[in-house]
Design a protein around this ligand. Structure first.
Ligand SMILES: Nc1ncnc2c1ncn2[C@@H]1O[C@H](COP(=O)(O)OP(=O)(O)O)[C@@H](O)[C@H]1O
Ligand SMILES: CC(=O)OP(=O)(O)O
Ligand SMILES: [Mg+2]
Length: 399
């Protein structure tokens, strides 16, 4: 079955094409900086154990232009991996917020699309872009069944004590105001990998997803027990451009004393805060370079970023009454050894301790970076949201 998975971000599209049941993609790629003059597309083709990379910098005005370019590469006479867009049977879409309307993987119909529009306000950076991805894919891949896989779905198992806010009850019953949690596809994928790696189905796991957006989840027996993101993907950890947890009094002050309107508040907390607000950079590679050049702000930002993660590890270790392994994943979690080192420093009371030499060595696949005597395993597990989405599409279609 040819399944094309699309992960649309606000300014990027990630994609992978699978011929399921094979879990190795046929090709994958990333369209970045959509809408800017120097948009780039990086397209990788995998064949006979070899990888061929095609990279282009060009003007890509919008998601439609981006997906058309992807389609041109997929069907190219010389390097194409399919003959016709109609060869794609299924499109799996990552949709960040399902709200109360969507709790599981869903085939996209006209009715579903109408309902999806009601979720835009809940995740303004993500859901409108994903919706656009659905509309554009409908035009190009006319033969395909389109399926939505929600970031929020995996967190539906959280107990009420974890997902409710202490607001008047009616705000939950009338308006569905509660914690939903995000990055569920990634937390599900890496915790399943950890269970298999540890050969322990009931392992108590803390998954730490550190990408542009960052979140943590406490998981046991394949079920999420708690997670750091809430009503929208803004609370919890410090992120590339988002503040994470914040005393709401700050918002009252911004509005009442500084005259901000709510759009300005949202823009500031979602797009100008986090590591960007603290250092001037949102990409951790730029910030480590600044630390190496002696920048004190960047050093402090790393301390804030990693201290927040430590606090959530403590919280989840007590919520689960123990922990067998913590898992680092996503762009920062998989690649940034300094983040892992700072998070795991002075955690011996909890049984967490890493081998710093192993931690700073690069390698592919799942890695155990714990010290030999550590009670709790510290693992690096590369996430693969696209493969998990393709797997869920197959499961849905097979009933
Ligand atoms: N080699 C690296 N060292 C440190 N950080 C890295 C490295 N590679 C990627 N990153 C970080 O990963 C982030 C992107 O992670 P990713 O999981 O792809 O995020 P998203 O899916 O939210 O776009 C980048 O912003 C960058 O900070
Ligand atoms: C939910 C979320 O924050 O997603 P991303 O990390 O892709 O921005
Ligand atoms: Mg991501």
């Amino acid at each position: 079955m040819n399944i094309f998975v699309i992960n649309s971000g606000s300014s990027s599209i990630k994609y992978q094409l699978f011929k399921m049941p094979a879990t190795q993609p046929v090709c994958s790629g990333l369209v970045e900086r959509i809408g800017l003059d120097d948009a780039t597309i990086t397209h990788k083709i995998f064949k006979d154990g070899e990888e061929k990379v095609i990279q282009k910098t060009t003007e890509i005005d919008d998601h439609e232009a981006g997906l058309k370019l992807v389609n041109d590469l997929l069907t190219d006479a010389a390097i194409g991996v399919i003959h016709d867009p109609a060869d794609i049977e299924v499109i799996g879409h990552r949709i960040v917020h399902g709200g109360e309307a969507f709790t599981t993987t869903t085939v996209i119909t006209a009715q579903v699309k109408e309902k999806l529009k009601t979720t835009f306000q809940l995740a303004p950076l993500h859901n409108p872009a994903s919706y656009l991805g659905v509309e554009v894919a409908e035009k190009i891949f006319t033969n395909a069944t389109q399926i939505a896989v929600f970031d929020t779905a995996f967190h539906q198992t959280m107990p009420e004590k974890a997902f409710r806010f202490a607001l008047p009850n009616s705000y939950y019953t009338d308006y569905n105001i509660r914690s939903y949690g995000f990055h569920g596809t990634s937390h599900k994928y890496v915790t399943e990998q950890a269970v298999a790696y540890l050969n322990k189905p009931d392992a108590k796991l803390i998954s730490i997803h550190l990408g542009n957006g960052c979140s943590m989840a406490a998981v046991q027996n394949g079920k999420c027990f708690d997670t750091s993101m809430g009503f929208g993907p803004l609370s919890g950890l410090i992120m590339g451009t988002r503040s994470g947890d914040l005393d709401p009094t700050v918002i009252f002050y911004l509005v009442n004393q500084l005259g901000y309107d709510i759009e300005q508040v949202s823009n500031m907390l979602n797009k100008r805060s986090g590591m960007l607000g603290l250092t001037g950079y949102s990409d951790m590679r730029d910030i480590t370079a600044a630390i190496n050049a002696g920048d004190a702000n960047s050093k402090l930002a790393y301390d804030l970023y990693t201290y927040r993660i430590k606090k959530y590890i403590g919280a989840y270790a007590s919520a689960l009454n123990g922990v067998d392994a913590i898992i680092f994943t996503a762009g920062v979690g998989e690649n940034d050894s300094l983040v892992r080192e700072l998070v795991c420093a002075d955690m011996d009371y909890l049984g967490i301790s890493i081998d710093t030499a192993v931690n700073s060595t690069r390698a592919k696949g799942i890695r155990d970076i714990s010290s030999t005597d550590a009670k709790v395993k510290t693992l690096i597990i590369p996430t693969n949201e696209e493969l998990e989405i393709a797997t869920q599409c197959v499961q849905l279609l097979k009933g």
